[in-house]
Design a protein around this ligand. Structure first.
Ligand code: FES
Length: 108
């Protein structure tokens, strides 16, 4: 399991996406909702559209794809409505002071 610092909590805008790219070109979007930060693979499971271009729905803890309106749970990545049915990958987020880390298995 690898831990990688990806952002400063104080610089993450609330209820907006914050796309990042890892050294291996994996694209992830961070989403801050209140004091929580979520990390999802930055592609809709319906078609190849970045979720970071979508709309955060903070009250429901969801993100809505801009292309065709599929919604995903920020916590689990679960697809919540058509036309997406498959989940998107999520990453464990660790917050330590102002430092935001993601944890991931490099073999995945
Ligand atoms: S590409 Fe996301 S809902 Fe179609």
């Amino acid at each position: 399991m690898s831990r990688l610092r990806v952002a400063s909590l104080s610089r993450l805008p609330e209820n907006l996406t914050y796309p990042i790219t890892l050294a291996d070109d994996t694209e992830i979007t961070l989403v801050r909702v209140g004091s929580e930060v979520f990390a999802l693979y930055d592609r809709c499971s319906h078609e190849d559209i970045p979720l970071s271009q979508g709309k955060v729905l903070p009250e429901q803890c969801r993100i809505k794809c801009r292309a065709h309106g599929a919604e995903f749970d920020l916590r689990s990545g679960r697809a919540l409505c058509a036309p997406a049915f498959a989940p998107v990958r999520t990453y464990q987020v660790v917050i330590d002071g102002d430092d935001v880390y993601i944890e991931y298995d490099e073999d995945d």
